[in-house]
Design a protein around this ligand. Structure first.
Ligand code: CA
Length: 230
């Protein structure tokens, strides 16, 4: 996915220079010349990073940064013409991720943009909980997505088939009686009996076993119940 960057900068030559370098590095870049218009665009668009000049017509970079932060965590790099501004940026606690003073080399800007995008992606990535996966030999069960793959091929399971398979796979090498399985997987109000378990095991085997007569995963322990082989 191409990263989109919004530059809010009133000095056209600088904006174009930044744009050229960023585009050469593979970014998609848009420019706004006014502060107020820029803020509007920033809040509406799906940008991955903002580069804000401080002194702008309509609204200054400080205010834009503050307002972006109220709605988004997207990285913001402030661009200042004066060294003095750095103290102000620090003091205001605007939530800017970085600042750079003019004149700067375009390659330095590109390097910082890349660093902030990478850091932000790591942050976002680590914020997403990973799917809960159970994997035993050729069987992969994604508990979060409720999907099952057998030797890489996805198979469809009904709710109870899925629950039963998952329960057995998560408790391998243990024998469960049909009564125990029925009580675990079906709630008290369910109509059915332990024969339901037998039917479901049969259906599951048809989907996961190469040869249902010689099951490799769910074994029948005669007179007792079932066991998931490790
Ligand atoms: Ca300016």
């Amino acid at each position: 996915m191409m990263n989109k960057i919004l530059i809010i900068e009133d000095e056209e030559a600088i904006a174009e220079l930044e744009k050229d370098y960023l585009e050469l590095s593979g970014f998609s870049v848009e420019i706004e010349n006014r502060g107020d218009e820029g803020l509007k665009r920033a809040l509406e668009g799906d940008f991955n990073l903002f580069i804000l000049d401080l002194m702008l017509p309509g609204m200054d970079g400080f205010e834009i940064c503050k307002q972006i932060r109220q709605e988004k965590n997207t990285p913001v790099i402030l661009v200042s013409a004066k060294k003095d501004d750095i103290d102000k940026i620090r003091g205001l606690g605007l939530g800017a991720d970085d600042y750079i003073t003019k004149p700067f080399s375009p390659s330095e800007l590109v390097a910082r943009v890349k660093a902030h995008l990478a850091r932000y992606e790591r942050l976002i990535g680590s914020g997403l909980p990973e799917n809960d996966i159970v994997e035993i030999r050729g069987i992969k069960i994604d508990k979060t997505a409720r999907r099952v793959w057998v030797n890489g091929e996805e198979k469809n399971f009904t709710t109870k088939e899925f629950d039963l398979l998952t329960f057995l796979a998560q408790n391998p090498n243990r024998v469960f009686t049909k009564d125990e399985l029925f009580n675990k997987i079906w709630d008290m109000e369910s109509i059915g009996d332990i024969a339901t378990v037998t039917v479901h095991i049969k259906k599951i085997r048809e989907k996961i076993e190469f040869n249902t007569a010689k099951p490799q995963y769910i074994e029948t322990i005669w007179g007792v119940g079932y066991r998931f082989k490790v």
